[in-house]
Design a binder for this molecule. Structure first.
Ligand code: BGC
Length: 437
């Protein structure tokens, strides 16, 4: 592996609902994922995040795993309904206490705490009032950022406002396969705008409480047109605008792109300035490229997603394409030029059906190959002048993978859910050795 610049941040990521469990302790309110997971047929194995990895009780053991890994940073998310059970009003001290203990434990272990404020677990009470379709949710989000940073702002080293607002809009509100399960197709645009507005308002709230840098974590997927006909290319451009530009152009001061669904009547005077508040870091979550072709006649969508041939595939059936990460990083640099802030890859990883062998070891050579390829792609992008300063593996632990329940394992550490036993996989040792070097 080639050398990375001194000070490059190596980390791992998780999110609250996927690992914490303990959903009814300390006054925590229900979130949209508690509700959604209970609806029949929503989660492939019928499971919920009620227990997940029991991290709320085992955070000290998990912090020791981070220390053993030697990472310089840990990206976790804060559960909004632990802080404000109904999404409004004063913060619950007991809810904040948990993150306070976690943050202090990380610092004692020499690991920088990187906190995401919203990784999809909206308080159910806010959803009942319209959720992200309701403009008021943006103001509620800024208030939550304020009360959280009032307690943790002196110790969190990087704040991330939102995780993947595109996925939350498209899977949660466009297609209805994630919480809250709305099927609005392109009428979901207000969810995009109100999340971005909430981000901008939260940036201002954070600035008043902390000197630490602020970021957002966007999901990106370089688009590969299925053919070179004009119609395939137009379809690819439409998908690219939706997935890769809708949540980045306005952040970087360019306003909304010409993407399907954009409705200017939702955007009020001054909103775009709030959204374009400067941020220090752009978080990039990358898993795979997307194949696109022109839609069949009569399709409600201006594109059709098609499988990409010729790549190895993960257990999610996603193509393994490290070259897509390099391509994406170069594309961001070419697209945004000087407006592009420093980049940290805030998620990169893969699911495989990892299981312990007779000796209890978990060997995951495919994950090592995946990570090796993606880390090299980042190195190449840095060599080509893209300002990338960090790389976080998704994920520290096997965890509750949203609509896939417990059926997809992304961890460097295997979790046996009935016993909650943690077993570092061979990829854990591989990543530890990489970080050490
Ligand atoms: C999300 C994670 C998720 C991962 C793998 C990302 O879209 O931020 O929560 O587990 O992808 O699907």
């Amino acid at each position: 592996m080639p050398d990375f610049p001194a000070g490059f941040r190596w980390g791992v990521s998780t999110s609250a609902y996927q690992i914490e469990g303990a959903t009814t302790v300390d006054g925590r309110g229900p979130s949209i994922w508690d509700t959604f997971a209970r609806e029949p047929g929503r989660i492939v194995d019928g499971s919920t995040g009620d227990e997940a990895c029991d991290h709320h009780h085992r955070y000290a053991e998990d912090t020791a795993l981070l220390a053993g890994l030697g990472v310089s940073a840990y990206r976790f998310s804060i559960s909004w309904p632990r802080i404000q059970p109904t999404g409004a009003g004063p913060a619950l001290t007991a809810g904040l206490d948990f993150y306070d203990r976690l943050v202090d434990g990380l610092l004692a272990a020499g690991v920088d705490p990187v906190a995401t404020l919203f990784h999809w677990d909206l308080p159910q009470a806010l959803e009942d009032a319209g959720g992200w379709l309701n403009r008021d949710t943006a103001a509620r989000f800024a208030e939550y950022a304020d009360v959280t940073a009032a307690r943790l702002g002196d110790r969190v080293k990087l704040w991330i406002t939102l995780n993947e607002p595109f996925i939350h809009m498209s899977l949660g509100h466009g297609m209805g396969v994630h919480a809250p399960g709305r099927v609005l197709l392109f009428d979901a645009f207000p969810v995009a705008h109100h999340q971005l507005l909430g981000h901008g308002l939260a940036v201002a709230a954070l600035r008043a409480r902390t000197a630490s840098p602020v970021a957002i974590a966007n999901n990106y997927s370089p688009v590969r047109p299925a053919g070179d006909s004009d119609v395939d290319r137009a379809a690819a451009a439409a998908y690219d605008a939706l997935h890769n530009r809708l949540f980045t152009d306005p952040l970087l001061g360019l306003g909304y792109p010409d993407a399907p669904g954009v409705d200017p009547t939702v955007v009020r005077d001054g909103d775009l300035d709030v959204i374009a508040a400067p941020i220090e870091v752009l978080g990039v979550n990358y898993y795979n490229p997307t194949g696109i072709r022109a839609p069949e006649e009569g399709s409600p969508l201006p594109f059709e997603i098609v499988p990409l041939d010729g790549y190895p595939r993960t257990a999610f059936d996603w193509p393994v394409a490290p070259d897509g990460l390099r391509e994406l990083l170069l594309q961001l640099r070419d697209r945004y030029g000087d407006a592009l802030p420093e980049i940290q890859v805030t998620e990169s990883g893969c699911a495989y059906d990892d299981a312990p062998d007779a000796q209890g070891r978990v060997d995951d050579p495919e994950r090592i190959a995946y990570l090796d390829g993606h880390v090299r792609a980042v190195h190449e992008a840095i060599g080509a002048g893209v300002p990338v300063t960090g790389y976080f593996v998704w994920s520290l632990l096997d965890n509750w993978e949203w609509a896939e329940g417990f059926t997809k394992r992304f961890g460097l550490v295997h979790v046996d859910y009935p016993t909650q036993r943690r077993t570092p996989k061979s990829s854990y040792a591989w990543f530890r050795d990489l970080v050490r070097r």
